[in-house]
Every structure is written in structure tokens, then in C-alpha cells.
Design a protein around this ligand. Structure first.
Ligand SMILES: NC(=O)c1ccc[n+]([C@@H]2O[C@H](COP(=O)([O-])OP(=O)(O)OC[C@H]3O[C@@H](n4cnc5c(N)ncnc54)[C@H](O)[C@@H]3O)[C@@H](O)[C@H]2O)c1
Length: 308
């Protein structure tokens, strides 16, 4: 197996989930995190994630016991072929981590950062030679949501983005390559665009928050979980395909795009949204809602596995 030993730097929400996934694939993982309770936190996360990973068919070769803990980042990367960095989203911490591990990395190791908000080029400032360093951006929780966005640039060695993608795919992920740096990469920009319009519809009283959410999950959201928006429109105009769809609906979409709403998360807007959530979900706890979300996502993935 390639990259049989891995490391996770930072074992919080994202690091613990990556660790569980790497273990499930039959790899060993060493975690470094300065939190004194990290061993308990990561082990309990793995224990909670394991039934989900098993239900996804991902634990055939793995054991949750192949996790170990190091007391420094440098010690954690010793002997590791693939290193996933999940330290807090602060450039100084990322830079300090890279500077510490670079001198002791295996020559053929790949390091990937989970960073959501920082640019690859900013993070490369922490390296003497960032040739084997990429962005490997997951969605929370990485052990359940398939997508990983991988990005390299002109300082990345040839083939490293492809190698990182192959590694993620070997642990059960679906990858895309982000070819240019953009704030928010790809998927978070798409989420932000949709959420801006959802907020504006709720704020302007066009529909309740509950109904706007429902309009997504019971409507186009279900289609988007099957295929992307442009492919779906390609199927939306019969035999003429996307060309016919665009010609037919150009004026309609231009009219909608001209009118799309703007949103700011100011105090008034936040209150509208928080009140809308209370109306939609009553007394349901965060834990109840999270469990319902994870059960639905798991069931959808199980049901569609043989069709992909
Ligand atoms: N939470 C998300 O939804 C999400 C999604 C995708 C990507 N990310 C990215 O993942 C990264 C981690 O985010 P998170 O949500 O897991 O944060 P988190 O706060 O849950 O975890 C960060 C962990 O890093 C540890 N830490 C602090 N200093 C450290 C150091 N010097 N070395 C090693 N570990 C250190 C902390 O103790 C903590 O356990 C960020 O870059 C974030 O942008 C987060």
C-alpha cells in the first residue's frame, strides 16, 4: 500500500476525522496536537466515526487501534508518507508548523493543508521548498463528505497534485483539481453564492427560512446530489441539450441574475436568521439535528454507491 503510514497535524474537528478515515483505509496515523486532552478527543472521535465508516464499506482493511500520538510536529511526521495539516486557520501557526517539519520530512512525503480560507501561495511562504506541498481541502466531516479540492501551483512539482488526488481517492474520496487560486476555492464559493440569495429571500419576506431551506433540499438540492447544475440544464431542454437550453433561457437567466439579492451578516439579518431557525426546528438540539443530517447523508451515499 502506498503511503502506509500517515500523519495528522492538528487533531481538532477536521484532523480527528481525517485520522479516522486514514485508519479505516488500513493505514497507520500519528497525530500531533498540543491540546493535553488530544488523545482522548481523537480516540473518542474515531470510535464515534467507525460505525459510519463501516456502513460506507470503508473499514474492510483498517483498525482504529493503529493511531499513535507524538509530542511535536517534527516527531509526528517521522516515517510518514502522507501528512494532512489541520492546525488552526492562522498563517503564523501554519508557517511555524511547515518550518518545523520541513527539515525532517521523508524525501518522497506529500504534505497537504486542509485550509479553507488561506491561499496556497500564502502558506507556501512557510516553506524553503514547497514542491511537495498542496492544498487538500475537505468538507466537514472529511470521513463522511466525499469531496476534496486539490490545488497546486507553479511552485508545486510535476505530478504531486495527481499523486495527492490518487491518495485521497484510495481512501474513498472524490477529488477535484482547483487550477487557480480563488478565495474559498470552488465549493465554498458555490455555497456562499446560494446562501447569499437564501438570506436575501428570507430577509425580504419572500418565504420563511424553513421554506427556503426546503426549497433547496426537496428541490434542486436533490438533483445537485445526483449531477452538477450545468449537466442538469443540459438535460433540461430535450434533444437540443445545453445549446438549446442556453438559447431558450438566456433572457430569463439574465433577468434573474440582474436581480439577485445582496446580503450582509449584520445584527438585524443575523436576528432574522436565528429566529427563522428557532421557528423551523423548535426544540431540536444541535446533536439531534446533526445526527439526522449524518444519517441522511450516509443513507444517500449507501443507496447511490453502486450507481456511481
Ligand atoms: N471546520 C470545518 O468545517 C473545516 C472544513 C474544511 C477545512 N477546515 C480547515 O481545517 C483546519 C483545522 O480546522 P478545525 O475546524 O479542525 O479547527 P479546530 O479548532 O477544531 O482544530 C484545530 C486543532 O489544532 C490544534 N493546534 C493548535 N495549535 C497547533 C499546532 N501548533 N500544531 C498542531 N495542532 C495545533 C488545536 O489544539 C486544535 O485541536 C483549518 O485550516 C480549517 O480552515 C475546517
Amino acid at each position: 500500500m502506498k503511503y502506509a503510514h500517515t500523519a495528522c497535524l492538528g487533531g481538532g474537528v477536521i484532523g480527528a476525522s481525517w485520522a479516522a478515515l486514514f485508519l479505516a483505509s488500513g493505514r497507520s496515523v500519528t497525530v500531533y496536537d498540543p491540546d493535553p486532552d488530544i488523545e482522548w478527543h481523537v480516540k473518542s472521535y474515531i470510535e464515534r466515526a467507525w460505525p459510519t465508516l463501516t456502513a460506507l464499506g470503508l473499514t474492510t482493511h483498517g483498525t482504529p487501534d493503529a493511531v499513535s500520538f507524538a509530542t511535536t510536529a517534527a516527531a509526528a511526521v517521522e516515517g510518514a508518507g502522507f501528512i494532512q495539516e489541520n492546525v488552526p486557520e492562522r498563517l503564523a501557526i501554519k508557517h511555524a508548523t511547515f518550518a518545523e517539519i520541513e527539515p525532517v520530512l521523508q524525501a518522497d512525503a506529500i504534505v497537504a493543508s486542509s485550509a479553507s480560507g488561506l491561499m496556497l501561495s500564502q502558506m507556501q511562504g512557510g516553506w524553503k521548498n514547497p514542491a511537495r506541498f498542496v492544498l487538500g481541502h475537505p468538507f466537514n466531516p472529511p470521513h463522511l463528505i466525499p469531496l476534496v479540492e486539490v490545488l497546486g501551483n507553479d511552485k508545486t512539482a510535476d505530478g504531486i497534485v495527481d499523486e495527492a488526488r490518487a491518495f485521497y481517492e484510495s481512501v474513498g474520496k472524490i477529488t477535484i483539481e482547483v487550477k487557480k487560486e480563488r478565495n474559498g476555492h470552488v465549493a465554498n464559493r458555490l455555497q456562499a453564492a446560494l446562501w447569499r440569495e437564501a438570506i436575501s429571500l428570507v430577509r425580504d419576506g419572500v418565504a420563511t427560512l424553513e421554506d427556503v431551506d426546503k426549497a433547496v433540499w426537496a428541490g434542486p438540492g436533490l438533483r445537485w446530489a445526483a449531477m452538477g447544475p450545468t449537466t442538469l440544464f443540459h438535460l433540461g431542454a430535450g434533444a437540443g441539450g445545453l445549446q438549446a437550453f442556453c438559447e431558450h433561457f438566456a433572457d430569463t437567466f439574465h433577468g434573474w441574475w440582474d436581480e439577485l439579492g445582496h446580503a450582509k451578516l449584520d445584527a438585524d439579518t443575523i436576528k432574522i436568521l436565528v429566529d427563522g431557525i428557532a421557528d423551523a426546528h423548535g426544540d431540536a438540539s444541535q446533536a439531534d439535528l446533526s445526527a439526522a443530517r449524518d444519517a441522511l447523508i450516509l443513507a444517500m451515499q449507501q443507496a447511490t454507491k453502486s450507481l456511481r
